[in-house]
Write a protein that binds this ligand. Structure first.
Ligand code: BMP
Length: 230
């Protein structure tokens, strides 16, 4: 069976199934396989990045995906080129097994390629800086539906923007929030404000026991309580 046959195609189908997306920004190739072994059977989605691609290369990433065929791989490419090039890059990523690609929303409607067999997720607000981003927040949220994106990334430290996006987008789109753990947001607090998934990097991969850290954060995310987040 191929990786494609074993996993869900769409991130929206994983809403409620899993709440924590480990971010694998690791600089030693062997750590990718070691961490995926630790998280086996628990993790449904992982986020890889330019750090991943520059550490294990495209063939390494293809192998990592094949070796973990029950996991949805999301590439945080933060694309911001013209439509044609964004489409070419996203298509190449799809060929190596990536299911979802994150790109910048500020490039606008015209530069978001329409991909049939890949989830595109638009970065709408960053955990740090990004004042210009937030000034254009409503524009990025508005184009999500127009470009048929799967959802958005909004910093977990921006609870009001998460709630605003949820109100505008409804439940058919995903909201992913980074900033949990190492950047100071408590697990569960982005979800309490309307996010579907919390992206967690260092709090998992720098833990002495990543499997336990994942289980604890997933549990806290599952019990998301807005009263603990004030
Ligand atoms: P960590 O939990 O170690 O802080 O990692 C956060 C992850 O989320 C990194 O992969 C980073 O690129 C990503 N991220 C972020 O921290 N803030 C943003 O606004 C957008 C991101 O993609």
């Amino acid at each position: 069976m191929t990786a494609e046959e074993e996993m869900t195609d769409r991130i929206v189908d994983l809403k409620g199934v899993s709440r924590v997306i480990p971010a694998l920004d690791l600089t030693k190739p062997e750590r990718y396989w070691a961490l995926m072994r630790e998280l086996r059977g628990l993790v449904k989605i992982v986020k890889v990045s330019w750090v991943t691609l520059l550490t294990i290369g495209p063939e390494g990433l293809r192998k990592l995906i094949l070796d973990n065929s029950d996991v949805y791989f999301l590439m945080d490419a933060k694309l911001a080129d013209v439509n044609f090039i964004n489409g070419l890059i996203a298509g190449r990523l799809r060929e190596i097994g990536i299911r979802g690609v994150i790109m910048h929303g500020f490039v606008g409607n015209v530069n978001v390629p329409r991909m049939e067999d890949l989830d595109l997720i638009l970065l709408a607000s960053m955990t740090s800086g990004g004042e210009l981003y937030d000034a254009n927040f409503d524009y990025v949220i508005k184009i999500v539906k127009d470009v048929n994106a799967a959802g958005v990334v909004i910093g977990g430290n921006k609870p009001n923007l998460i709630a605003r996006a949820r109100a505008i987008l409804g439940s058919g789109y995903v909201i992913l929030s980074p900033g949990i753990g190492a950047q100071g947001v408590k697990p569960g607090c982005a979800i309490a404000h309307g996010a579907d998934f919390e992206i967690v990097g260092r709090a998992i991969y720098e833990s002495s026991n990543p499997r336990e850290a994942f289980i604890r954060i997933e549990d806290e995310a599952r019990r998301a309580d807005i009263n603990r987040c004030k």
